[in-house]
Design a protein around this ligand. Structure first.
Ligand SMILES: [Zn+2]
Length: 409
């Protein structure tokens, strides 16, 4: 079978074309994804970019043109495009009664989802600019790339400081303002030997070079914008240390703009909530956190006082003491158990929680006995989870105060 002519390689702006069906196959079993029927079509040419090189495939529509020139099917969705064994395969979601229309020899019209594709072009060229700049300045190589509807990531084998990342982002956007051409070329092997370009290893056969003058030369099969100005905006959203290098989460073009709009709204929300200007929200949040810290400490102090007052009401000769309290700070709870253990010989425990929640966190200790015996009983009767040493255990248990009290010694 002859290969499919890849129109997207020579003109990334071609959104539609006519083509002839070379083969059609109903997908069954594992390949059959949706209700109705899925067809796999191989065509003599296509505008659809198949998934590859880290980039998701194009999606779009197809309709059968019919031999008489009339459109015999409605627009059907092209949901997936893959390249297997060098052959591009289009998956078409097809109502049962339309399956027979896509026979070999049939004329079809293809149209890609241009808005989505253009977004991919903006992001892919944006990635080349960032990778090219990092390669030129720091000698980093791009070792991974992923471009889909939800995210764009690129991995490099080196790390940059926060300031260097800001500088990189700044320079990448300068490349946009310069509105440089993005050129595609197919140099012969002799010429290729004289050119220094990225991604040398991945390519077999004819090498397709994507060149942004003074910024980047890279072997790449994907679709790119014609001029860097079309990217509009390049934003490095987040960076992570990754595999000894760095993973950059980026957003370019409309995607970056939409993200900045959303972030601006979030900032405004926080500004409103903290009653600070947008530039001062960091201080506003810090102020709130400090206040929360102080209140927590005050609350802890009060819990201490209340708890120790309660201890005074317990007869000194009582052997086992178990207290049920409301929500209590873990440190207060532990100190309370320690204090009880000093004054009582048996098991001393504090259960923090409520019957309404139906769950208690407990700490149980003993000076002379093995606290794990109580743990065992709670686990066997009520399925409690926890553990510890003979002198102290802790865990949590589901049940009401009266249920739990029945199990306790
Ligand atoms: Zn590329």
């Amino acid at each position: 079978m002859n290969g499919t002519e890849r129109l997207y390689e020579t003109d990334a702006y071609l959104t539609r074309c006519e083509a002839t069906v070379l083969s059609a196959r109903k997908l069954t079993g594992e390949d059959h994804t949706e209700s109705g029927c899925s067809l796999e079509l191989i065509l003599d040419k296509t505008v659809f970019f198949p998934e590859g090189g880290g980039q998701s495939c194009d999606i779009g529509w197809i309709c059968s043109a019919g031999n008489d020139g009339g459109h015999r099917s409605g627009m059907l969705a092209v949901t997936d495009v893959q390249i297997k064994d060098g052959v591009i395969r289009h998956t078409v979601s097809c109502p049962e009664d339309n399956c027979g229309l896509f026979l070999p020899g049939e004329q079809v019209l293809l149209q890609i989802n241009w808005e989505r594709r253009f977004g991919f072009m903006q992001n892919h060229t944006g990635e080349h600019i960032l990778s090219g700049l990092m390669h030129n300045r720091y000698g980093f190589d791009n070792i991974g790339f992923h471009l889909s509807d939800n995210s764009v990531t690129l991995d490099v084998n080196g790390q940059l400081s926060e300031e260097e990342i800001l500088l990189l982002e700044w320079e990448a956007n300068e490349v946009i303002y310069r509105n440089l051409p993005v050129k595609v070329s197919y140099p012969d092997s002799e010429k290729l030997g004289e050119i220094s370009y990225r991604s040398k290893i991945e390519i077999e056969g004819q090498v397709r070079l994507v060149t942004i003058p003074e910024v980047d030369v890279c072997a790449c099969c994907a679709t790119h914008v014609g001029m860097t100005g079309e990217i509009g905006l390049i934003k490095i959203v987040k960076t992570l240390r990754f595999n000894g290098g760095m993973r950059l989460f980026i957003a370019c073009g409309r995607r970056a703009f939409a993200l900045m709009q959303k972030r601006q709204q979030r900032i405004e929300e926080v500004s409103h909530l903290t009653n600070r200007s947008q530039d001062e929200i960091g201080d506003g949040v810090k102020h709130l956190l400090d206040e929360i810290g102080e209140l927590k400490q005050k609350n802890r102090d009060l819990e201490y006082k209340a708890a120790f007052l309660r201890l005074e009401t317990i007869p000194k000769d009582q052997k086992n003491v178990f207290l049920f309290v409301g929500d209590m700070d873990n440190i207060v709870q532990r100190n309370l158990v320690n204090k009880l253990c000093e004054e009582h010989d048996g098991f001393c425990g504090v259960f923090a929680g409520s019957d309404k929640e139906g769950r208690y966190r407990y700490i149980i200790g003993s000076r002379q006995m093995d606290s794990r015996d109580v743990q065992k009983a709670l686990r066997e009767k009520l399925g409690a989870k926890g553990g510890g040493k003979p002198e102290m255990i802790q865990g949590s248990v589901t049940g009401t105060e009266s249920c739990i009290a029945e199990v306790l010694p």
